[in-house]
Design a protein around this ligand. Structure first.
Ligand code: PMP
Length: 283
């Protein structure tokens, strides 16, 4: 068999895997998800991602379709069945299948889909060495983006806008002119020797990579400030970064028309990436 995915208790041929047309994920984005990186056949920061999955489920009142302890078993099976050394696991839980109706259906079984794919760590390092470009756009999302829901249309449009403008990521700006986060990453700037990132309120997703990096940097005694930052602050930035489970720590060399660090990745980029890579938990 080629690529294998997990759909509601079965391991299926990825090409033939199906969910019902009345799945509430499909009709209402009524569900949550997680993305885990896999390095050397092991899952990166598994505990943090699983904890956030259960928080997201709790916030939108979906019960877990399988026991908490079973996720690790299923994900490890998928890593093995797909021969993944370095890769990504996508996991999604929706409220389940029912006749379309806004209110929660009474007897409904949540749906669980997990997919796995390979990715190249060398490609990551190539991208890291070049750095990425960021486009600024408005943050048009709802007020609970701290929950990792399937409701992703604003970030989809933001990312597309970035790509159409020759950039790799979009940073979203709130109505007060502050950057909240990337379309699918957390945003950071470095001014002199202080690293700045938006505080984890309801206005951003508290990234697991973000948390791991903060913990790693505390050990290295690097100055960190969790505060909002604006375009004016970006103009003063010596370096900039994004973090996410798929991009780890990725340097940013241009934001709109502002060149960061003369358009080349800076020395802190390596320090932060190495600190993060050393600190990750592998399971
Ligand atoms: N913010 C948003 C909006 C995201 O979609 C993501 C990636 N899922 C992140 C931040 C980074 O989170 P993590 O480090 O847990 O991947």
């Amino acid at each position: 068999m080629g690529r294998v995915s997990y759909v509601n208790g079965s391991y299926c041929d990825h090409e033939k895997s199906k969910v019902h047309i009345e799945d509430r994920g499909y009709q209402f984005a009524d569900g949550v998800y997680e993305v885990f990186a896999v390095l050397g056949k092991r899952i990166v920061d598994y505990d943090g991602h699983l904890k956030r999955l259960f928080r997201s489920l709790d916030e939108i009142k979906i019960s877990s379709p399988i026991a908490k302890e079973s996720y690790l078993y299923v994900i490890r099976n998928l890593i093995r069945k797909n021969n993944i050394v370095d890769g990504l696991i996508y996991l999604q839980v929706t409220r389940g299948v029912a006749e379309r109706d806004f209110k929660f259906p009474k007897k409904i079984k949540p749906s669980l889909v997990i997919t796995a794919k390979k990715f190249s760590i060398n490609e990551y390092y190539c991208k890291f060495n070049k750095g990425i470009k960021v486009k600024i756009t408005r943050d048009l999302r709802w007020k609970r983006v701290d929950i990792k829901t399937l409701n992703l249309l604003p970030p989809v449009l933001a990312k597309q806008f970035a790509v159409e403008n020759g950039c790799d990521e979009a940073w979203m700006m709130d109505d007060n002119g502050y950057i909240t986060e990337g379309s699918s990453s957390n945003a950071w700037i470095l001014i002199k020797d202080t690293l700045i990132t938006t505080p984890a309120t309801n206005s951003i997703l508290k990234g697991i990579t973000r948390t791991s990096l903060i913990q790693a940097l505390k050990k290295k005694k690097i100055k960190l400030s969790e505060e909002r930052f604006s375009l004016e602050d970006i103009k003063k930035a010596d370096e900039a970064f994004i973090t996410s489970a798929t991009q780890f720590v990725m340097p940013v060399i241009k934001i709109d028309n502002i060149k960061i660090g003369k358009g080349k990745i800076g020395r802190y980029a390596h320090i932060f990436k190495d600190a993060y890579m050393e600190a990750i938990q592998l399971r």
